[in-house]
Design a protein around this ligand. Structure first.
Ligand SMILES: *Cc1c(COP(=O)(O)O)cnc(C)c1O
Length: 362
């Protein structure tokens, strides 16, 4: 841990790799020899063009995307995608399948109704407080797409394998686990991720869209809400969030060059998860809230014996230099978000703290 910095378990905006922050700091007043900060240059300058192109190239290499996929940098957060997806990709007269695995899925589903379009919620884990990922889902073969949330940031669950939807394109909100592990992109028509959990700061949402999906975009939509507007202009139709894209580029560079790619990242994330779930499983004091086969490697949600102890735990952990361990306000309890930038050292330190806390209070 670096002096004056805490062990950061924030759910989002969340920890960024220290080398990335240091590189931003070092180049802040004179970016790439431009004599300006990256926040002061034109988005149409050669300097920014290189940043955006490099970010796209790295994203394509990391996820092994072929030329059928286009990477876009949009604004409005992941939440804007909840409405843009049905507006652009759900034709009138068709229906889409949605799987409801918690808060963010539910918000995506709600937008379909607001637009007066049709969807079926083909599976839900609401019956058990969203503590698991549904299995054996009866997808509709004629659905326009299937929407899932790959990692449920609030409930602490994650799809271990993606469902087989046949010829129906998958769409996933990957805000809280994109770039945490490799996966086969080919079944996906669209992937989106607000950057502020795992790949950058707030202000940019990365959208990866397969080119055939662009053919569905209706001409009647407002310009800024059409994927084709942004795809045709390579995310430069209007001013992109330059600083956020720049930071995202550095995070992807760190992933490729320092970590060594997504297989390596996944192994590190698996180990981190094992350390912390190992403690939960061996303790009668801490109790994980997600079912074992649905546990998230990114957001570890757990409870203590009572809410009073949880309050003390959150306070004492903060005093000891661990930030962000409070559960989402809608569910309570505790949550350790262990995104890519939160290292094994932080997880080991947290587990040592938790054992000590249990000894004192258990
Ligand atoms: C945080 C989060 C969102 C919301 O992202 P915004 O960028 O704030 O709109 C959506 N989906 C998931 C899975 C999230 O974790």
């Amino acid at each position: 841990m670096k002096e004056n910095r805490i062990y950061n378990f924030n759910p989002g905006p969340a920890a960024l790799p220290l080398p990335v922050l240091e590189e931003i700091q070092a180049g802040f007043l004179n970016f790439a020899g431009s004599g300006m900060s990256v926040t002061e240059i034109s988005h149409r300058s050669k300097w920014f063009d290189e940043v955006a192109e490099d970010a796209i190239a790295r994203c394509k290499r990391l996820l092994k995307l072929d030329d059928n996929y286009q990477v876009l940098f949009l604004q409005g957060g992941a939440s804007m995608q909840f409405c843009m997806i049905p507006m652009n990709l759900l034709p009138d007269g068709k229906s889409a399948d949605y799987v409801n695995t918690g808060t963010w899925s539910a918000k995506a589903i709600k937008e379909v109704g607001i637009l007066g379009k049709k969807c079926s919620v083909v599976a839900s884990s609401e019956d058990k407080n969203f503590s698991y990922i549904p299995k054996n889902i009866p997808f509709n073969a004629d659905a326009a797409y299937v929407h899932i949330t790959s990692n449920n940031t609030i409930k602490g669950t994650q799809w271990a394998q993606f469902p087989d939807t046949g010829d129906v394109p998958l769409i996933s909100d990957m805000s809280s686990d994109i770039m945490s592990r490799p996966f086969d992109v080919r079944p996906f028509g669209l992937i989106y991720a607000g950057a502020q959990k795992n790949i950058g700061p707030a202000g940019v949402c990365m959208v990866i869209i397969r080119k055939d999906m662009l053919e569905r975009v209706p001409a009647s939509l407002p310009t800024m809400l059409k994927y084709t507007t942004h795809a045709d202009k390579n995310s430069m139709f209007n001013t992109p969030p330059c600083f956020a894209v720049y930071t995202l580029q550095l995070v992807l560079k760190w992933l490729e060059e320092t970590v060594g790619g997504l297989d390596k990242m996944a192994a590190i994330n698996r180990k981190k998860a094992e350390i912390i779930y190992g403690l939960l499983d061996s303790s009668d004091f801490y109790r994980g809230t997600a079912e074992k086969d649905s546990r998230s490697e990114m957001n570890v949600t757990f409870r203590l014996p009572d809410e009073e102890l949880e309050k003390v735990f959150i306070q004492d952990s903060a005093d000891a230099g661990f930030g962000g361990l409070k559960g989402h306000r809608s569910v309570g309890g505790c949550r350790a978000s262990v995104y890519n930038a939160t290292g094994t050292d932080a997880v080991e330190a947290l587990v040592a703290f938790m054992k000590e806390f249990e000894k004192k209070k258990g």
